[in-house]
Design a protein around this ligand. Sequence first.
Ligand code: PRX
Length: 678
Amino acid sequence: MPKSSNKTPKPSQNGQSPSIESILAEKRLFKPSKKFSEQARISSMAQYEKMYRASIKDPEKFFAKQAEELAWFKKWRKVVEWKAPFAKWFIGGKINAAYNCLDRHLSTPRKNKAAIIWEGENFEQRVLTYAQLHREVSRAANVLKSLGVKTGDRVAIYMGMTPELAIAVLACARIGATHSVIFGGFSAEAIRDRVNDAEAKLIITSDGAYRRGTIVDLKRNVDLALRTEAMMIDGKSQPYGGCPTIEKVLVVKRTGQDIDMFPGRDIWWHEAIKDASHDCPAAELDSEHPLYILYTSGTTGKPKGIVHTTAGYLLGTYLTTKYVFDIRDEDVYWCTADVGWVTGHSYILYGPLSNGATVVMYEGAPTYPAPDRFWDIIERHGVTVFYTAPTAIRAFIRAGNEHPNKHDMSSLRLLGSVGEPINPEAWMWYHTVIGKGKCPIVDTWWQTETGAIMISPIPGAIPTKPGSATLPFFGVEPEVVRKDGTPCKPNEGGYLVIKKPWPSMLRGIYKDPERFEKQYFSEYPGIYFTGDGARRDKNGYFWIMGRVDDVINVSGHRLGTMEVESALVGHEAVAEAAVVGRPDEIKGSALVAFVTLKQGWPPDETLKERLRGHVGSMIGPIAKPDDIRFTDALPKTRSGKIMRRLLRELASTGAVAGDTTTLEDFSVLEKLRAGEEE
Ligand code: PRX
């Protein structure tokens, strides 16, 4: 049982109640078409089952064979070493992820094939072939070296979705600098926390980024994060530490807007790269060399730096791209995620590029300048494999079928979904309106921590059911268990765990092995606890029911309630805050904050807006509560714990059912209810 929560897994949290519709959906089975299966890498259930069985029976043998498809400088001695919770894969091997994404294609016909087809929000186009991308990455890697970045140093990257973002990431991988990409929607404070935790030496950013027709001031946010002068907080002058480990800021010119450049610290990318040599051999790194850190929300106020290492992660993303997306040389593959999230790391960069695929990368918003932008991109570029999130699908459903119907999307052959449970209605719409009934849908369940897809249909083999992520990928042994760790019966809701280590699993939380163990391996000793609730139907298919901890999935992005709460209580007006999720038609979950104010602050709309703005500046716009409710007090148990379950129910339905006997002050509940009715 997760200690952080006393919830039993109920499907209510993400608002994707599987109730009647999912039970009906379970009866709908979509078999891959004969045409699709015949051409697919894995073309029958029997073939999938055989490979899956082999991967579970002898993972070392299975993964050793698969790993031979990667390019190694030196072969490993031992496939895996597991001293729970610490795993090592391909011990003794020497490898480089950027080499596998670039160099190894140069001696093949892929050399002059498009690696990245980039489209700017303003419709600019850039195509980088594998040879060109290799050249640019090598030059950028030499720039990093010239700025004193060495193997093992951390480099923060805070950019919009331009080719330079991909180049920067791969340049780090090339020299063995551990990258930490910070999503461009995060605020200065969020940058500072992440940079300081990672002790990054360099930040790569751009002047600004185009988003929905406006410009996001990225460099300005970096300047704010790095500032060291004192600030007025609560009427007092407080010292502000900035980011003491940062030596240089490398700035890509994207928008051309006016920005401040601090001499000695800030360097223009285009100037630095102008004379850089394109000869930069890839560093021969240990299999377990840390490839990147990516911060993700957890159940405390502080985001966790999830660490992924080189060989196992690369193998996981390589294999899942190959088999789940069934990728082929002639595909035009488009994953709509931002590289600031793990989906972008694994399925815009490392997975597809290590497979030599052609990747579409789009800079801007899905609905800019019109609601058909995505469909327009699919038509113009002839996208064949399309991977997006349920929240986007639901927004498109609302926008109306006339937008996709305007476009010829007959190039599509496979569709994917990721980030949250996809409700059967959205699945059916995706299937019929976008896929015209002929494209299999791969609903891929995984996490920042897992590095790569864990549960998903293999499209030519596994029949799909709308709303189910179906069956595990090779080498993955998930199980749904009860509080006491015993396996659930078919259709009984429980906690999703992974019983054995897998190559792309996280290797830790940066600098915090205790939190790593406590967070993931203490509920069920030695077994990875995902934080998700799930059930398994009688065919063994997995149905993910959403988070069971204090993490909320808003538009497919993870937010810790504690993180938002600590931002709120950081405001001078706030005495106490509790943040919960409520089902939302588009976002999956929306954030509702219950806030008690300090004496003298007026509980009015202006203050609500200020608090929303404050959370936006402490974390980023994605974390702004959708709804703020002022209350005199929060319902607490006798031991002083906030009763989130009650608040969740109140936020979702306005009513509270269930057991309230531990509630300390019943009158609080009455007041909260009254506030709801106003
Ligand atoms: O709750 C699950 C949900 O997203 C969480 C992981 O979030 P993050 O680390 O940000 O990674 C998102 C992209 C992989 C999971 O714990 N989730 C992700 N994919 C699915 C999903 N829930 C249901 N179905 C999915 N396909």
